[in-house]
Write a protein that binds this ligand. Structure first.
Ligand code: NAP
Length: 318
């Protein structure tokens, strides 16, 4: 099978398409033919070993100190079950499924071996590329807004980076949960952010974050340009500051109403998000779809920092 393989850290060009052996399922695992996989900001970070300040030693221990331990990136996918390993009763060949891999990754390939407990059925009403696209930003936004901030109806919510993978989901979920959303984005993405449910949209090319006069119950930063002290000034009394991007110092010193940390990959949350998609409450925004063969261009697009929603690759070629 074909896979997007890299054996060193570096720019998009370190990734190349290579013929590799088909994975063999072990007990409790499922082999998925990958119809769509997201190429996320995390994939690009791991590829380049470009981690938030202070995290590099820990990240390299997890992903490979000198060279990548797992050569194929990609952790969010949607596809069709090809075969199942011993003891898997919940899925059968032909089932349409989606899920995440955790740090083992490997979804930028035609086939992916994954524990059965990491996948769930994909509703037929949701396209593979939308399912794969929603998983990264959707689970993150849900975790921060619902679990860390306990978003309640009527809350005033600021989403900084409203057009990214996390931001597009955060705007929609905050509005769905009853929040009044203000999105921060650039001029060209204002209409999109508004259409996703933001009541107010701030163009950061015209208005700096420090010039925003309004105060919010929840501020979610998905860009990494809000530090705790600047973020606190945007908060209303008892407001919560959510930093999806935080350096090591901000992470270890975060306390009280400043929340940081990795979002868990929970199948139950993915189910919640798929249901919202089926019911028309959540859409997955796709920036571009790339063939697996165009993996370098796909990485370049993510590295641009300008993608709108999700970059998707289609390893199975359909
Ligand atoms: N803590 C966690 O568990 C967790 C989970 C997922 C992601 N993350 C992190 O969250 C970050 C965002 O991820 P993502 O996938 O959403 O990224 P992304 O999709 O690559 O974000 C790109 C978007 O950021 C916007 N942007 C860039 N500079 C901006 C600025 N100054 N103000 C407002 N918007 C700006 C861009 O819009 P314009 O083109 O309009 O500027 C673009 O649409 C990444 O660093 C990722 O590692 C953390």
């Amino acid at each position: 099978m074909k896979a997007a393989v890299r054996d060193r850290y570096g720019p998009p060009q370190v990734v190349g398409i290579t013929e590799v052996p088909m994975p063999v399922t072990r007990k409790g695992e499922v082999l998925v033919r990958v119809q769509a996989a997201a190429l996320t900001a995390a994939d690009a970070r791991i590829r380049a070993a470009r981690f938030p300040r202070g995290f590099a030693p820990f990240a390299r221990l997890a992903f490979g100190v000198r060279r990548p331990r797992n050569k194929v990136l990609g952790s969010c996918f949607s596809g069709t079950v090809h075969s199942v390993g011993e003891g898997v009763a919940a899925f059968a060949p032909g089932d349409e499924v989606c899920g995440t891999t955790g740090i083992s990754m490997g979804a930028h390939a035609q086939y992916l071996r994954v524990p059965a407990g990491r996948i769930l059925s994909k509703p037929t009403a949701v396209h593979h590329r939308d399912a794969a696209g929603m998983l990264f930003g959707g689970t993150t936004a849900l975790h921060y807004l619902r679990d860390k901030a306990s978003l309640a109806s009527g809350a005033k919510v600021l989403v900084n980076g409203a057009s990214g993978a996390v931001g597009t989901n955060a705007v929609q979920l905050a509005a769905y949960l009853g929040g009044t959303v203000t999105g921060v984005t650039s001029t060209g993405n204002m209409d999109l952010v508004s259409a996703l449910g933001a009541r107010h949209v701030i163009d950061y090319t015209c208005t700096a974050l420090g010039e925003i006069a309004e105060r919010f119950d929840i501020v979610l930063d998905t860009v990494g340009n809000i530090n705790p002290s600047a973020g606190r000034t945007l908060l209303a009394h008892n407001g919560v500051l959510l930093l999806a991007v935080a350096n090591l110092r901000e992470t270890v010193t975060a306390h009280g109403n400043v929340k940081v940390g990795p979002a868990p990959e929970r199948v139950a949350d993915m189910g919640t998000l798929l249901e919202l998609m089926v019911n028309g409450h959540l859409v997955s925004v796709t920036d571009r779809v790339f063939d697996l063969a165009d993996i370098v261009q796909a990485h370049e697009r993510v590295d641009s920092g300008r993608k709108v929603g999700n970059v998707i690759i289609t390893p199975a070629g359909d």
